[in-house]
Structures are given as structure tokens and as C-alpha cells.
Design a protein around this ligand. Structure first.
Ligand code: TYM
Length: 336
């Protein structure tokens, strides 16, 4: 059912404020590389963002900023389909159909639901609970082969696979069963700089915990200088004993393209101060071209609207074909 012979990639991020270095290293950087070999769709998942209360003006702004950031990071709308989830109604429609193939117990086991309902005790809405079904719909709607994500999304991907397998088992081959693509080189879960056993998250309370893609160089240096390490005073790669040092080494490697062995040789007999400063410098070198491109893209809202409108049209054409097949398999009369 693919329009091209290249395998399909789908991924997305929520427009809930700026992206972190974790989002970039764990996901977006891989997306950009995958454009070379795959047929890619990259989505701004605004419907998912609504599971947490949003201020409308702010949300609209975040959506355009995230679109500009996708472009600034290197997503090329001439090669990939870049679009907004709410522009393609089939996402919500398929989510409804897939909900009837998903068990309550499966959703109750989702760690993100447990975490988010702790964080938002006053608003544990049904959308927060069914969030992974919408995510499965996003992926299955395009017959996706590979989904590049950080480790925190692994459980959701497993559910999407289970739903596809279940549906195919009951109604015959309909959905491509997607494979997660999770980085293995330490960036699948970039850690919080203040609490390096936790993932770096947009929603961390302390600004010092997270490096944002649009942070100014001096701010990046300050955040890394204040990063929590330990009192052992040696630079080794011991994730369980020295999670802060391991995280800095991982980030330095990801930003410079060097291996762990090279990193340990480079920092051998050095102090934590040098590791922190050089990591900050490497991150600034990585972010600086993204930041300058972002300013130009973000200033041109008309262009961003055009890119999203064209992406939605391309996505809709593909989604419609898959929906027609799903509806037929289920026994719902077709529309044409
Ligand atoms: P979101 O918006 O929370 O994050 C976007 C991507 O960034 C990855 N990520 C990280 N990777 C490494 N280290 C970290 N500290 C880190 N923090 C975030 C996430 O794993 C993700 O890949 N539910 C998804 C959005 C989504 C989606 C989809 C993704 C909706 N539908 C379909 C793929 C396919 C989310 O909330 O991502």
C-alpha cells in the first residue's frame, strides 16, 4: 500500500514548549538522517498535547515554533511529509476504531500514564489514558515500518505492535507491524542534569535540569557547570555508580561524534570541570547552526502555514487509502 518502495518512517513530538537536548539527540537527529534512505513522515502531535491543559494562544505559538524547529534541525519538506496531526482527521478516527482492539489492562500498565496522572492529579482525563491508542493510530495509519524514538516511548510502541498484530489476526493482513528504532549509544535516554538517574524532560521543574535547543551559549555553559556529578573525582564510564559523569560523557560523544573509548582517553586524569566545560562547548557547537536557522524560519509564519498545508494534503492522501481498507475489513460500508 506504500506509494514508494522505500520503507516508511513515522515519528512525532508534542508542541508543549521548547524541545530539549534529549528530544534532539534521542529522536530528531535520527529523523534527519533517516530522510536519506526512508520514506518519512514527521508530525507535530498537537492532539496529544491536549491531554494536558494548554493555553490556546500559547499552544498555537508552540505549534509554529516546533514546525520551525523541525525545519531548523534539517527536516526537509521536499523529501519528507511534515504535518500537523489535527489537520488529518483520520488520526482521531482510526484511534476510535483501534480503541475497540485495546484492553483497559493494557492501558493501565503504561508507565507514562502512571507518571502523568501523578503529575496532573487534578486532570486525569480519559485522553491521558487513551493517549497510546492515538499514538498507535498515528503510526498504523501510514503502514509504518520504523519509528525512531527515545527509550521512554518503547512501551507505547510495543502496544502499537500488539494492536496491529491483533487486528491482522482477526481481520487478515491490514496493518504493517511497526518496529521501534531506539538509539543504543547512550542517547536513547539523555539524563536530567540535576538528577541523572531520571530522563531529561521538558516538564522538569528546575531550569538547570534541562538544556533547551534554543538556550543561549552562556546559559548552556551555566547549566553544564552546575550539572550534578559525584565526589569520586575520576572520569570513568560507570553508569550505576557515576550516572552524572556517564551522562556528560554520553552527551560529549553524541555532540562530537567520538566513541566512549576516545572520550575516556581524552578526559583521562582530568577534572570534572573540564568534562563539563567541554561538553557545554560541544553542545553549543551543535546547537548554534540550528538556532540561527530557527530564527529565520520562525519569523516566516506564512511559509510555515504553507509547509503544513502541503504536508497535510500529502498525509491525507495516504491516510485515506489505509482508512478505506480498514473500514472495509471491519464491515463498515465504504464511502465512495
Ligand atoms: P515527546 O514529545 O515527549 O518527545 C519527542 C521525542 O523525544 C524523545 N525523548 C528523548 N530521547 C532521549 N532522551 C530523552 N531525555 C528524551 N526525552 C524525549 C521521545 O522518546 C520522543 O521520541 N508520544 C510521543 C509523541 C508521539 C509519537 C507518535 C512518536 C505521538 N505519536 C508516533 C512516535 C510515533 C511523545 O510524547 O514524544
Amino acid at each position: 500500500m506504500n506509494l514508494t518502495t522505500r520503507p516508511t518512517v513515522f515519528s512525532g513530538a508534542q508542541p508543549t514548549g521548547q524541545l530539549t537536548l534529549g528530544n534532539y539527540l534521542g529522536a530528531m537527529r535520527t529523523w534527519v538522517q533517516m530522510q536519506e534512505q526512508y520514506d518519512c513522515l514527521f508530525c507535530v502531535v498537537d492532539l496529544h498535547a491536549l491531554t494536558v491543559r494548554q493555553e490556546p494562544e500559547q499552544l498555537r505559538n508552540n505549534i509554529y515554533e516546533l514546525t520551525a524547529l523541525y525545519l531548523a534541525c534539517g527536516i526537509d519538506p521536499e523529501r519528507s511529509v511534515l504535518f500537523l496531526q489535527s489537520h488529518v482527521a483520520a488520526h482521531a478516527e482510526l484511534a476510535w476504531l483501534l480503541a475497540t482492539f485495546t484492553q483497559m489492562g493494557e492501558l493501565e500498565r503504561m508507565t507514562q500514564f502512571k507518571d502523568k496522572s501523578q503529575q496532573h492529579k487534578h486532570n486525569i482525563n480519559a485522553g491521558l489514558f487513551t493517549y497510546p491508542i492515538l499514538m498507535a493510530a498515528d503510526i498504523l495509519l501510514y503502514q509504518t515500518h520504523k519509528v525512531p524514538v527515545g527509550e521512554d516511548q518503547k512501551q507505547h510502541l510495543e502496544l502499537a505492535r500488539d494492536i496491529a498484530i491483533r487486528f491482522n489476526g482477526l481481520y487478515g493482513p491490514t496493518f504493517q507491524v511497526p518496529e521501534p528504532l531506539i538509539g543504543t549509544d547512550g542517547v536513547a535516554r539523555v539524563k536530567d542534569l540535576q538528577n541523572p538517574t531520571k530522563k531529561m524532560s521538558k516538564s522538569a521543574e528546575s531550569d538547570l535540569a534541562k538544556v533547551m535547543l534554543l538556550d543561549e551559549p552562556a546559559v548552556v555553559v551555566k547549566k553544564f557547570k552546575k550539572a550534578v556529578t559525584d565526589t569520586l573525582g575520576v572520569i570513568r564510564y560507570e553508569e550505576s555508580e557515576q550516572p552524572g559523569v556517564a551522562n556528560l560523557l554520553n552527551i560529549w560523544c553524541a555532540a562530537t561524534g567520538q566513541s566512549r573509548v576516545e572520550a575516556l582517553a581524552h578526559f583521562d586524569h582530568n577534572q570534572y570541570g573540564k568534562l563539563k566545560l567541554e561538553t557545554a562547548e560541544a553542545v553549543n557547537a551543535l546547537l548554534s547552526p540550528i538556532q540561527s536557522r530557527f530564527q529565520a524560519f520562525n519569523a516566516d509564519r506564512e511559509m510555515l502555514r504553507r509547509v503544513l498545508a502541503r504536508g497535510a494534503e500529502q498525509a491525507r492522501q495516504r491516510a485515506d487509502q489505509v482508512m478505506a481498507r480498514v473500514v472495509e475489513q471491519l464491515g463498515l460500508p465504504g464511502r465512495s
